[in-house]
Design a protein around this ligand. Sequence first.
Ligand code: GRF
Length: 205
Amino acid sequence: MSVVVLISGRGSNMQALLDAGLPVAAVISNRADAAGHQIAARRGIVAAAIEHSEFRTREEFDTALAAEIDRHSPRLVALAGFMRILSPGFVARYSGRLMNIHPSLLPAFPGLDTHRRALAAGVKVHGCSVHFVSDQLDRGPIIIQAAVPVRPRDTPDLLAARVLRVEHLVYPRAVRWFLDDKLVVHDGVVSVRGNDAQLVYSDRD
Ligand code: GRF
């Protein structure tokens, strides 16, 4: 029934999953100095670091990562600010049970620096997406999205903070749906049994 969460840094999405009472078995990062480790430690959650810099190839790192994950036999692997591109072998191994949160309304703005790019593009609505991971970066069936307005005087930081607030809302919801067996993927499109809303809109600051 459990979830393994992969992080690289701050860990606020991981914290949102913990705050929601989800069954997180372990937190694994690719950096021993990830701030999220402190949060996990305070909650008594098993945390491990596998330093990617100690491996010669992406595949070797991914093999070590998978071995650490599999010790916990999780149902779901949740990427929460995990800043490593995963090899096709890794993605295939966890196919259908590997989830990510991305800070844009996919398929717009895959990759890094999404808030600055959204401002530069002049979009009026921005947000985040929780999706199943496929072997294309930041692609894969979309489970839930949250939209926020882009305001005239936004900076990337202001916009990022507005988006982060809704990230913390939708990621726990997506994980709960998965654990409750509510997600159905058909032709690359996800629906939720019982018709739960897969779009959240928030204009709060
Ligand atoms: C979040 O914006 C997430 O969408 C992105 O990286 C950031 C991680 O933040 N993938 P945190 O570590 O969860 O606080």
